[in-house]
Design a protein around this ligand. Structure first.
Ligand SMILES: *[C@@H]1O[C@H](CO)[C@@H](O)[C@H](O)[C@H]1NC(C)=O
Ligand SMILES: *[C@@H]1O[C@H](CO)[C@@H](O)[C@H](O)[C@H]1NC(C)=O
Ligand SMILES: *[C@@H]1O[C@H](CO)[C@@H](O)[C@H](O)[C@H]1NC(C)=O
Ligand SMILES: *[C@@H]1O[C@H](CO)[C@@H](O)[C@H](O)[C@H]1NC(C)=O
Ligand SMILES: *[C@@H]1O[C@H](CO)[C@@H](O)[C@H](O)[C@H]1NC(C)=O
Length: 386
């Protein structure tokens, strides 16, 4: 090795242009010539029309498609797993999950056939006593729904491999009812469901909820709705405006304050907006403490402030508060009759749906005791249509 060469090597990293100038310049010249030569081939091929057959784009001439269509499901990043993660378990923190779920494609067109799905998000401490009823409801509609289950952190849902609920538990955390951790669990469910780009509508349900219409009716009602269904009302009472904390001002004023049932239904657009919010969420986190319940106020108030026109301001989950007290009525086996379920489906009251009147106000109902399962299964085909 000559001294000249040795110097070249030593200096190369620090002074790439001063000592390597001449040969780098030569390299650039070769690349330029090669590029012009390749461009010539492309133009030549396109002129002779040969390229429409074996190659679709100029890039494929030099980077053949076969390399990229290798089976990527296991070894490398695949488009399929990006669109819809096959497994729901992951190691993301809530912070990482919310960030990832807030991504919105800039392109309007999808590079795949997107069939919109409804995400059914179950929030439960443990078992799902109405799993059998729901399974009957979902049967035959694969591809049009996704299920997500948030439980207590250590609870393992015991369902068979053929169940619609099999493998649908998401990484969960402790929830204490009435605290902001309930809101966190709602956001966790939304964010996990948002990772599937085909999910278009998002329904929150509990273990004591049942469907009162069949799947096609529920699917069409939600997918074709121009509004989300989040109950939102202004109530001048101790349990309404009385829960507002003045320290939320000036960001949230008393006239913004709304109340509504926790059991929401959201479009994809609003679901992303809600999980992406930190500013208003953190005010609720700080100032909405018992006896203020974030799950009854945060989404209703936030939507009222910024996205009221996208909200129907009513819930699609029926519940009976008529007896008063802090908890709604629970219906058990003796209470399940044809007339009762019919009255939930249509009691003569009408609701607004896409600016028109409809007799269908509720798609789901709560609360039901586990022993109501048998009598309900008896009614599905005659009353609920599934
Ligand atoms: C799961 O359910 C099956 C069938 O109902 C039952 O035999 C089994 O003992 C259950 N397993 C656990 C861990 O509870
Ligand atoms: C719901 O309430 C908002 C105000 O927050 C209002 O702008 C909107 O029109 C209402 N939605 C319907 C469907 O009436
Ligand atoms: C259910 O039926 C029982 C027995 O008839 C009755 O005592 C109870 O009040 C009913 N519950 C509701 C919520 O209607
Ligand atoms: C029908 O149900 C709605 C909502 O639960 C209730 O407000 C209304 O009073 C009911 N109407 C009749 C006629 O029962
Ligand atoms: C279901 O209906 C049948 C016939 O009406 C009745 O004999 C049976 O007791 C019902 N089962 C339940 C669990 O309600």
């Amino acid at each position: 090795m000559t001294l000249r060469n040795k110097l070249d090597e030593d200096d190369a990293d620090c002074f790439p242009w001063s000592t390597r100038k001449s040969w780098t310049f030569r390299l650039i010249k070769y690349i330029a010539v090669l590029a012009i030569f390749m461009a010539g081939i492309v133009v030549g091929l396109s002129l002779t029309g040969r390229f429409s057959k074996p190659f679709n784009t100029p890039a494929e001439i030099f980077f053949p498609r076969t390399i990229y269509t290798a089976n990527c499901d296991r070894q490398c990043l695949s488009f399929k797993s990006f669109l819809s993660p096959g497994r729901l378990m992951h190691s993301m923190s809530d912070e990482e999950l919310l960030w990832r779920a807030s991504m919105v494609p800039k392109m309007v067109e999808y590079p795949f056939k997107r069939v919109p799905k409804v995400a059914f998000m179950f929030m439960t401490r443990g078992p799902l006593p109405f799993a059998q009823l729901w399974e009957r409801f979902f049967k035959g509609h694969k591809g049009l729904y996704s299920i997500y289950v948030h439980t207590l952190p250590d609870y393992m849902l015991n369902v068979s491999g053929s169940s619609a609920f099999y493998g649908r538990q998401i990484p969960s955390k402790e929830v204490s009812w009435g605290s902001v951790s309930l809101l966190d669990a709602e956001k966790r469910l939304l964010a996990n469901a948002l990772l599937d780009f085909s999910n278009e509508r998002f329904v929150l349900l509990s273990e004591s909820c049942i469907p009162v219409f069949n799947f096609p009716t529920v699917y069409n009602y939600l997918i074709k709705s121009s509004h989300s269904f989040v109950e939102s009302y202004d109530e001048n009472s101790q349990t309404g405006r009385g829960r507002y904390n003045r320290r939320m001002a000036p960001t949230i004023k008393l006239y913004h304050w709304r109340k509504g049932s926790e059991w929401f239904e959201l479009s994809r657009e609003l679901a992303i907006i809600i999980i992406a919010d930190y500013k208003y969420y953190s005010i609720f986190h700080k100032y909405c403490k018992p006896s203020c319940y974030p799950d009854e106020h945060y989404i209703a108030t936030y939507l009222n402030m910024f996205h009221g026109s996208l909200n129907a301001n009513r819930t699609v989950t029926w519940v009976d508060w008529s007896r008063g007290g802090p908890h709604p009525a629970t219906y058990g086996a003796p209470n399940i009759t044809v007339d009762f379920i019919q009255a939930i489906r249509n009691n003569g009251t009408s609701c607004m749906y896409n600016f028109k009147s409809t007799s269908i106000c509720f798609l789901f109902a709560r609360k039901f005791a586990p022993n109501a399962l048998g009598p309900l299964l008896n009614l599905t085909s005659t009353v609920m249509g599934f």
